[in-house]
Write a protein that binds this ligand. Structure first.
Ligand code: NAG
Ligand code: NAG
Ligand code: ZN
Length: 411
């Protein structure tokens, strides 16, 4: 009976749901040039306006990417005209990008030529735990609201590193598929590569990889709504979910959040209201003393970020994180010329409180803390074609190796 239910559930996940379509949805890149227009964009961003902000409203002359449904085009064009916004249509038809995102050839087994579902990722994690029993152990960091386990692995190549571990996560934001594609690629390279630089870094720490820390939202992006960002906790009759990266209990709700459950930046009714984040934080506390590094993968914008998000004040070790960050983005650019910026969240991006890196840095004091906003800079946004997974992962690994080699010199 149980296996029959499982089969039915899987069938429903594959065939059952009606997928949200984005025919003729456009992504505009607009640049606010007056304080009044910033105010207007912020109010549209923080409420259920029908506009979906793919990047956040920052400051004067900083561009913002906004997805506009076809029935709102006239209204949005009026706003642009009335407020004298610089504007450009960056994506002409979101549905077309969704249709072209996935690889045309079906992968056999797990690889990096295409994106994978939660189930495929979790099966791969249990397979590597079986294949490398002396190095990899399966971990569970609690469960989500919809009762999915938050699955990861603890990886150890050399003895004596137990107090020098690094936690790597991705897909806290559900729609940022390139995140888990890159983190699983790095994990696989650690397991299989013979490159001496990769081996040196892999051997130098213990590793925790948790590719999908928002499993409910991630599943929903595969079954139903490709651009879903939040969790799936029903806080409101009309709007589901909270932004899990605004939900952490460190300077919670101190800016860059919304109290409107319909906003994409809704921080939840209280800190750690989202079961997935609460249980992940409890797991992190159990390994907190051993953590030397925390790396979180997001997309998109090509930025390497340092904490804090809640304030533009500098961290105690801002200088070393910034210096190493510059070396890391240099290394990243070597392979394909991909250009990144480096800086702290509040300075370079926007004030955004309640993020996981702030909590890790603030509560656990983890020395090496970076957040990647991976490819691209908006041509595809979250809908990065699958044939960019491997190049993105390769260049990211180059920078990842540099981070840990540079910190090894600074012990
Ligand atoms: C790790 O830290 C714990 C607690 O401080 C200590 O007991 C243990 O010996 C350390 N392990 C190593 C390999 O240094
Ligand atoms: C799909 O997800 C986006 C982004 O989270 C959201 O704005 C939109 O309302 C969702 N669409 C539907 C039909 O649920
Ligand atoms: Zn994100």
């Amino acid at each position: 009976m149980k296996s029959l239910i499982l089969v039915l559930v899987i069938a429903a996940e594959v065939f059952g749901y009606q997928k949200v379509r984005y025919d003729n949805y456009q992504v505009y890149r607009v640049k606010p040039k007056t304080l009044e227009s910033i105010k207007l964009l912020k109010s549209l961003e923080q409420t259920a306006s029908g506009y979906d902000f793919w990047t956040t409203v920052k400051a004067l002359n900083h561009h913002v990417d906004v997805m506009v449904p076809p029935y709102k085009t006239d209204e949005f064009e009026d706003i642009i005209k009335h407020h004298g916004l610089d504007s450009e249509i960056f994506i002409n038809n979101v549905q077309e990008l969704i249709d072209n995102e996935r690889s045309k050839t079906k992968s056999v087994g797990f690889d990096w030529n295409d994106y994978h579902t939660l189930q495929e990722i979790n099966i791969w994690l249990s397979n590597i735990a079986e294949q490398y029993p002396d190095k990899v152990t399966l971990q569970k960091a609690g469960t989500s609201y919809e009762d999915r386990p938050i699955v990861g692995v603890h990886v150890s190549f050399a003895p004596g590193n137990e107090n020098k571990s690094v936690f790597v996560d991705s897909n806290i934001h559900a729609c940022e598929w390139i995140g888990s594609a890159v983190s699983t690629y790095i994990l696989n390279q650690f397991l299989t590569s013979t490159d001496p630089n990769i081996r040196e870094v892999a051997d130098s720490h213990d590793w925790y990889f948790f590719p999908v820390i928002n499993p409910d939202g991630f599943t929903y992006t595969h079954t139903t709504n490709r651009t879903w960002r939040k969790t799936r906790v029903p806080h409101d009759d009309n709007c589901i979910g909270a932004d899990p990266n605004r939900n952490w209990d460190y300077h919670y709700n101190e800016g860059g959040t919304s109290d409107d459950p319909c906003s994409e930046m809704y921080s939840g009714p209280e800190a750690f209201s989202e079961p997935s984040m609460k249980s992940l934080s409890e797991y992190l506390l159990t390994i907190g003393d051993s953590l030397e590094g925390y790396i979180s993968f997001h997309s998109y914008s090509q930025i390497l970020l340092l904490p804090y998000g809640y304030t533009a004040d500098h961290l105690d070790n801002y200088d070393e994180l910034y210096d190493v960050g510059l070396k890391a983005i240099d290394a990243l650019a070597q392979r394909y010329g991909t250009e990144y910026q480096v800086g702290d969240v509040a300075e370079i991006l926007y004030v955004a409180s309640g993020g996981s890196p702030d909590w890790v840095k603030g509560k656990l004091g983890t020395r090496i803390t970076y957040t990647y906003e991976l490819r691209d800079t908006g041509k595809y946004g979250f809908l990065l074609p699958a044939d960019q997974i491997i190049p993105t992962a390769e260049e990211t690994l180059d920078s990842f190796i540099t981070i840990f080699q540079e910190f090894a010199k600074r012990r």
